[in-house]
Design a protein around this ligand. Structure first.
Ligand SMILES: Cc1ncc(COP(=O)(O)O)c(C=O)c1O
Length: 367
């Protein structure tokens, strides 16, 4: 959060909503003073005429730092720092998903696992914009993030509907949307991970930030950027951004969920949808999916299941002061560490997509 915390305790359930409202007011003030330029608007200035856009991240562009692990040197794109309210990769997508004239009757309907960062970010940034959210949650393996999400949903007054499997959840999402309609409200469905053509624009912007840093001579051009491949908007957006910038950088998307969610047909559909929006805004760019290598072998028993390599990477990240967890960033970092300095010629970049800001700080009274 922006206000410096010499903190009290996290408010209990009853007080948390009130404390959150106070902290959201201070975040709105911080946003008003934060840099408003976005790299993507330099290549497609008319994009906000086509896709509603609303600034939600107060700390873009994010910096790049360099870490040494053993004999490997890795550049880290610090997307953990995108927002002092709740950083990570979701807020970049939500800037293109939550804007627009919100009818008072509108409700955001979205979903994910019981520890989903996307659901958490939607509930929090939705509340920042005075939009209600309803969430569909599928059961995932035990994880400290489950308790965190439950507390944020409680404080944001976000009802959650549970379903037992990630494969049942798209149907449940539609069922919840139908119930919202039946109550006379209008559902705005946000698909998994915010990975639609519009949401993907957030990661086109991130790649263009990297390209601008290369142009200014601040960093070397990365040969490969490693990131977690979940709903895939992050990887596809990066690929399109590097295509626009004319860099030769490729993306290693480390699969952290079932292939049905992020196989080649999904990547191509998202690439086409996102490039279509850019094209209407006058920015023609060829398909960029060729830049993405899907990296298998780090998923373990499935989405959210810890692995030995992932746990080791989480520990290393902790020593380096980087946030990490078992579902996404641990697995992606494990792959980057395995390959950096061995199989890859040229600089390796790791995209840090987990929030550094603790979302429970938003529920914490400040003095
Ligand atoms: C921390 C974190 N990193 C990476 C990802 C993967 O991003 P994407 O869904 O765009 O592939 C997610 C998605 O939920 C995430 O929460």
């Amino acid at each position: 959060m922006v206000a410096t915390a010499t903190t009290a305790a996290v408010a209990g359930s009853d007080g948390a909503t009130e404390v959150l409202q106070t902290n959201l007011r201070s975040y709105r003030r911080a946003l008003a003073d934060a840099p408003s330029d976005r790299a993507i608007l330099r290549v497609a200035p008319t994009l906000p005429d086509i896709v509603d856009y609303r600034r939600l991240a107060d700390s873009l562009p994010t910096p790049v730092s360099e870490v040494e692990i053993g004999d490997s040197r890795i550049l880290v794109k610090r997307d953990d720092l995108t927002s002092s309210l709740y950083g990570g990769n979701k807020v970049r997508k939500l800037e293109w998903l939550l804007a627009g004239p919100a009818a008072a009757s509108e409700i955001l309907v979205t979903g994910g696992g019981t520890a989903s960062h996307h659901v958490l970010a939607t509930a929090l940034f939705g509340r920042l914009l005075d939009l209600d959210t309803e969430a569909v949650l599928f059961t995932q393996p035990p994880n400290p993030g489950i308790e965190v999400l439950a507390r944020v949903l409680d404080a944001t007054r976000t009802p959650a509907h549970e379903t037992s499997s990630m494969f049942l959840y798209p149907a449940k999402l539609l069922e919840v949307a139908a119930r919202v309609l039946a109550r006379g409200r209008r559902p705005r469905i946000l698909y998994p991970g915010g990975s639609t053509g519009a949401g993907t624009l957030g990661y086109v912007d991130c790649a263009l930030e990297i390209a601008e840093a290369v142009d200014r001579g601040e960093i070397e051009e990365p040969a490969v950027v490693f990131c977690a491949l979940g709903s895939a908007g992050t990887a596809v957006g990066l690929a399109i951004g590097f295509e626009i910038a004319g860099l030769s950088t490729r993306i290693a998307g480390v699969r952290v969920t079932d292939a049905i969610v992020n196989g080649p047909p999904v990547l191509h559909a998202m690439d086409g949808a996102c490039r279509g929006l850019l094209r209407i805004a006058g920015c023609r760019v060829p398909s960029a999916v060729w830049r993405i290598e899907i990296v298998d072998g780090y998923l373990g028993d499935g989405y959210g299941h810890p692995t030995l390599e992932g746990s080791a990477a989480v520990e290393i990240a902790g020593r380096l002061g980087l946030p990490a967890e078992q579902t996404y960033t641990g697995k992606a970092l494990a792959a980057a560490l395995d390959r950096a300095g061995h199989e890859i010629e040229g600089p390796v970049m790791f995209l840090e997509t987990l929030s550094k800001a603790d979302p429970l700080d938003a529920l914490t009274a400040r003095s």
